[in-house]
Write a protein that binds this ligand. Sequence first.
Ligand code: GLV
Length: 327
Amino acid sequence: MTDLKKYTVAASGKMRQVAYDKLNNAVNLLAWQQSGQVPQKQFDEWLSKADALYSAANIKIDENMLNKAPRLKVIAQAAVGYDNIDVAACTARGIAVGHTPGVLDDAVADLAYGLIIDSARHLVRGSRHVRSGRWGERKGLGLSCDLARKTLGIIGMGNIGSALIPRAKASKMKIIYHNRHQRTDDSKLGAEYVSFEILLEQADFIVITATLNPSTKGMFDSKAFKRMKKTASLINIARGAIVDSEALYNALVTGEIAYAALDVTDPEPLPGDHKLLTLDNITVTPHMASATVETRDAMALLTVNNILAGLEDLPLPAQVPDQWVDA
Ligand code: GLV
């Protein structure tokens, strides 16, 4: 086994302690374990000597950043999404890119399911109602709706979408989905493949679990909202920019759709005075779908394993699919 102590690894944000300990034992680690961002000047200096980068997904990894890091062999991001990384630029420089698929599916599907239930059953609105001292009035909150026999439409049927299916089935929902390609195992999964337009028209709850890429950016625009049922809810646990925030605001104000529950927003973080937050028919959580102790530890350890493999010129345990080479 190669002595990895000769390698320097820079981290762009705070790491879970288990990951810090494992990496610190193995390599020369430059990490910012304090709260807040590592100062840019400090980070640039680390990049100039880094053989690997532990990306906490809080930075843009583009040509400009890569030019500051001429020694990089591997970049491992502690997230499944990697839309902040110019993968083609990394590939051109021979830099392997890793991410964390698989280990967060249950946590993210749980939050998505929670937001479906919130959209239907007014959990957040009910809590606001009580906190504002209006329990006695009852008026204003209105009745909620059953999930049983409603249609859930999933946009993007990958690991997270698949993990959502049994949860929704527990509530007796019917499931349709739209994906770039129909899955060959969809009848086994218990979901019916439909076009984007049919999904918009038929779903009572739409959950976005797709990746952000040029074909999904702004996919939920004013045209899409007009096609949805007036009683429908939109749940986004993927990436904020898949939804046009201005169009969503208008759809919620005019009643084109009933409710939105967002764990991701555009912009992100969403400023406290953003107009979406003036609405009653929205729940916003701060991009926390994978934020459980167990899942964040698993993501951090997979990130460390990606780095160690990359430094040893071994295949990464989880390399981004864009870098897969057809055999
Ligand atoms: C979180 O959003 C992730 O991509 O893991």
